[in-house]
Design a protein around this ligand. Sequence first.
Ligand SMILES: *Cc1c(COP(=O)(O)O)cnc(C)c1O
Length: 344
Amino acid sequence: MGTGRLSIDLSAIVSNWKALASLARTEAAPVVKADAYGLGVGPVARALAEAGARRFFVAYAEEGFALRRALGPGPEILVLGGHMEGDARLLAECGLTPMLNSVEQLTRHLESMPEQPFGLQLDTGMNRLGFEWAEWAAVAEIALSQAPVLLMSHLACADEPDHPMNPYQLDLFRQMTDGLNVPRSLSATGGILLGPDYHFDLVRPGIGLYGGLPFEHAQPVVALDLPVIQVRELQEGEVAGYGNTWQAQRPSRLATVAAGYADGLLRSLSHRLTLWNGDKPCPAVGRVSMDLLIVDVTDLDGTPEALTILGPKQGIDRLGESAGTIGYEVLTSLGSRYARAYRG
Ligand SMILES: *Cc1c(COP(=O)(O)O)cnc(C)c1O
């Protein structure tokens, strides 16, 4: 076995989904964009569908195609990017529901496929996707006459519970949608944790399903072990890795392990990364290279066959912090070279 072993716990994903749905006391539609945050949209979505999920979100129509193939007919697939030029055939053939986000998209949709269900996105201040106040005022009547399946908006600062942007966006969303008698959705994982005012009829958890912050009580989902390819003894003063950026301060034993920045272990982790042998930390030394890491195992008794980079001692958020990023980016960067094993 040459490559790292990435273990993905599907039953933990299902538990996290159930926990978030019961917190929200409403329907929780899993967000499985970007190949289910890098974990594999087929196995992840099938596990959630078997557990009872009826609606799923993806970012693009192309992702909806892959998801429809994985799920078969039945579950509703909503496309956050809406209806882009050239999407009509894919939307029709795969039975996808675009979340229209501009007057241009609304026009395109109603002209090209008026029978195809759609939802609408409203911008409440994030300025990323959706109808703004004045646009919405202009088209709401026409749009609502075509029976949209969902009105949604997205929070910009939901991972900061005390941020004044949260109540501001909530208030605006209410003003734009109160009394319209269409199901509503405002919250992703962070918004679910802000409390019942933010839940409406549907929530859209992504990262929380996959074990990431801000869902602190998430069950961990991924584990990643990297096999040791070679071990060597260094004398004090010898150097290791590209650019000679690390020098042994004592007689040292170094293990070379099988993963690098081509596997999502960002080069910015150089000199900031720790791997684990059970509960014993082993610092990576020198620069992260494309396929390899060098790890100081001097303080271990023996030499293990593999070292753990994601596990009980270090989850996606801690690794993300070391890399100067967030758990989301760690997950979606994991790459395709690992041997993946799905549990549960
Ligand atoms: C990605 C995304 C989500 C899921 O967000 P998480 O923070 O991962 O829970 C929900 N809604 C929209 C519009 C998104 O873009």
